[in-house]
Design a protein around this ligand. Structure first.
Ligand code: BMA
Length: 381
């Protein structure tokens, strides 16, 4: 059992049963959100994330957990994780791509209205929501993966040809966050994870598309705009590059401690028949975890795994023999597995098992590990 038991604004107490002896932990005053005007609930969520990592617990996250699975779309109250283990993931991931275009549905056909509902439902259950944003290429009008130009980041910075237009995109993203309120009208805290995997080479904000300085300017401009111009008070900002070689790789494009609350990375089992992909993944995970968790500890930040998984999970001990033994060596607040696609032309694009999948037994053993937390194990309301 792992629950918040008191909710005063200045002190947070967490009750963790160790045998029958409850252990109390206090607010960590050296842990400061970059947003100085954050709501008490947002501060509380950040403290909770930090405490989870310190207590060596790991929340389970799943992208689009409530929206669909390979065999369903939009069923009320459903999630593939719940179908298998009887509870929701502690963290749900949501994707904002397309919101900048003023569309009603995101890249994966989930309506923004439904996403707001999922965030509210999750918050009411004491769970956590985190948003990624695969925003379009503003120069070509194509998607986030369109990166033949090398000029997009420059064009959205102040003085750039698309700066003003880009601010209208940030207005739309901000309006989504501003609209997230609970039944008492209080803003619901969100962990926002923009411009992710920037050490890769597949998005317009990636390393081969802009200088490190331009990337940092893009990040800072976005955060300053959302906090100062849009006065958002419910945001926690997560910086998650792609697989890391070492800490200097991590630091290369890091926007700075004044602009980042949560530190992590995204790494996947590669789809490459010419190498031992499991062995490569284990090494990638180790290196990336080592760099990020060390930095997070030394700089009073919170570490997470922003995205991970093995597409299709063709390896029936992936969760217990590959992921668990490695993540259990580090202190991270959560591990988020990528989506279980509903699209019929993506039959293998799932990263957690669903009812009937051959990895169900292994996944069940994984969530039964004492460190892994589901929604019922936490309450951050
Ligand atoms: C990618 C894939 C795409 C999806 C995108 C945004 O990793 O899953 O199919 O559109 O994320 O969610």
């Amino acid at each position: 059992m792992y629950k918040i038991i008191t909710n005063s604004l200045l002190s947070i107490s967490l009750l963790i049963s160790c045998g029958n002896v409850p252990k109390e932990t206090k607010m960590n005053s050296s842990l400061q959100l970059i947003s100085k005007n954050a709501t008490p609930e947002t501060v509380k969520l950040y403290q909770f994330m930090a405490q989870t990592a310190v207590d060596h617990k790991i929340m389970l996250g799943h992208q689009d957990a409530l929206a669909y699975g390979p065999t369903w779309f939009g069923d009320a109250g459903r999630s593939d994780v719940k179908d298998i283990v009887g509870d929701y993931p502690a963290v749900i991931g949501l994707e904002l791509g397309n919101i900048e275009l003023g569309l009603d549905r995101n890249l994966d056909s989930v309506s923004f209205a439904d996403m707001k509902r999922y965030i509210k439902e999750t918050h009411a259950r004491g769970g956590i929501s985190t948003c990624s944003w695969h925003g379009s290429n503003i120069v070509t009008g194509k998607n986030a993966w369109d990166c033949g130009q090398d000029i997009v980041v420059k064009s959205v910075l102040p003085e750039g040809t698309h700066h003003k237009e880009f601010l209208t995109w940030l207005d739309k993203v901000s309006a989504f966050f501003a609209d997230l309120v609970d039944e008492h009208g209080n803003p619901i805290p969100i962990v926002f994870r923009p411009y992710h995997e920037n050490t890769g080479n597949w998005f317009w904000w990636c390393a081969d598309q802009c200088t490190a300085e331009e990337y940092k300017q893009l990040w800072k401009m976005t955060i300053d705009y959302m906090l100062n111009e849009k006065s958002l008070k419910n945001l926690i900002f997560a910086y998650t590059p792609s697989t890391l070689n070492d800490e200097s790789h991590f630091l290369d494009r890091y926007p700075g401690d004044d602009y980042v609350d949560v530190i992590g990375f995204d790494t996947y089992v590669l789809d490459d028949k010419s190498i031992d992909v499991i062995d490569t993944y284990k090494k990638d995970l180790q290196r990336s975890l080592k760099s990020t968790t060390r930095y997070a500890k030394a700089h009073n930040k919170v570490a997470i795994i922003g995205e991970t998984g093995m597409e299709g999970i063709p390896y029936n001990t992936y969760f217990t023999e590959v992921v668990y033994p490695i993540i259990n060596q580090y202190d991270i607040a959560w591990v988020l597995f990528w989506r279980n696609a509903w699209e019929t032309d993506k039959p293998n694009h799932h990263y957690l098992p669903y009812k009937g999948h051959s990895s169900v037994p292994d996944f069940k053993l994984f969530v039964e590990k004492p460190e892994i937390l589901l929604n019922k194990d936490i309450s951050v309301k």
